[in-house]
Design a protein around this ligand. Structure first.
Ligand code: ZN
Length: 303
């Protein structure tokens, strides 16, 4: 772990009070053998992404990123295989205002009750990934086992984490929200920790891709010869960071490691040809990564 960069902006502070958004697009289905992968749009964040990218400087240099987007999708993914519904991340729930948290509408459009979700795996514990766990003080997914990587859970949820001498007010706020979302599941005996590498449940495995958060993960799902990688926040947008994976974003807890993890992720996706599913890639956030010049290009699935 390198030394964290200048104090990161707070995800929640930046995105709260989002303006009115159009209705979310219908869920997108990708068929993978006997499995359906569904992408849901949980909402769209208005964000000055050009001001948030970082390259060789901790100061904003938006003029260097003319292709930066001005909004970011928040996608949620569901793996539906025989007898099993596994959600990867949960969107922001009620934390970003009424125009977000549309995962529930997406599930309803597929006639899937939240009670039917048996497993949830989080790529990391930021609010736009864990916020959908609790709404109005109630567990949205009362029957789900919540699977968390050990490093990520330790970072946010360890007793005394918010009392560490270097914990900023912003970090304390994030830790409080992490507890608000996850403690009810913990208290109900529904949280299971997994090692940062290796199998989580049959078909699903994890690789530590730290940097964006200390325990940020890629979650792989394999069926036969097919693989899909749920890459969480390894990338924001579909252009700038593919062209140059060294471009980081202000929210990365550890900029250097985030860039390193992104480079590994893109190289393995390009070399092995598997599909990636990105939370902040334009909806549905699914596609392939190919090499182009010194960098990469994102090729979205056909819609
Ligand atoms: Zn995110």
């Amino acid at each position: 772990m390198g030394v964290p960069n200048v104090q990161p902006l707070n995800y929640e502070e930046l995105f709260m009070d989002q303006t009115l958004q159009p209705a979310a697009p219908a869920p997108f289905r990708l068929i993978m053998g006997e499995t359906d992968i569904f992408a849901f749009s949980d909402g769209t964040l208005s964000a000055p992404v050009g001001n948030l990218y970082r390259l060789e400087s901790s100061e904003p240099t938006p003029e260097r990123f003319p292709e930066a987007p001005t909004e970011l999708s928040v996608n949620v993914f569901l793996v539906k295989s025989a007898g099993r519904l596994v959600l990867i991340d949960t969107g922001s729930g009620a934390l970003f205002g009424p125009d977000h948290g549309k995962l529930r509408d997406g599930l309803a459009a597929l006639a899937i009750q939240p009670e039917a979700i048996g497993d949830i795996i989080l790529t990391h514990i930021h609010a736009d990934h864990s916020g959908g766990l609790m709404i109005d003080g109630k567990q949205v997914f009362p029957n789900a086992t919540l699977h968390l990587g050990r490093t990520e859970a330790d970072f946010w949820l360890s007793p005394g984490a918010a009392d560490a001498p270097n914990a900023t007010e912003r970090l304390k706020g994030q830790i409080a929200r992490a507890h608000a979302m996850i403690d009810p599941y913990q208290n109900a005996g529904q949280v299971k920790l997994f090692a940062d590498e290796g199998e989580i449940i049959p078909g699903f495995s994890a690789s530590l891709r730290a940097g964006h958060t200390p325990g940020h993960l890629t979650i792989f799902y394999k069926e036969g010869h097919d693989t899909i990688a749920f890459v969480g926040d390894i990338v924001h947008g579909d252009t700038v960071q593919f062209k140059n994976p060294a471009v980081t974003i202000d929210f990365d807890y550890d900029q250097k490691n985030a860039a390193h993890s992104r480079a590994i992720c893109f190289a393995e996706a390009a070399d092995q040809g598997f599909t990636i599913a990105g939370v902040h890639i334009p909806f549905p956030g699914l596609g392939k990564v190919t090499r182009e010049g010194d960098g990469y290009r994102f090729e979205p699935v056909n819609r």
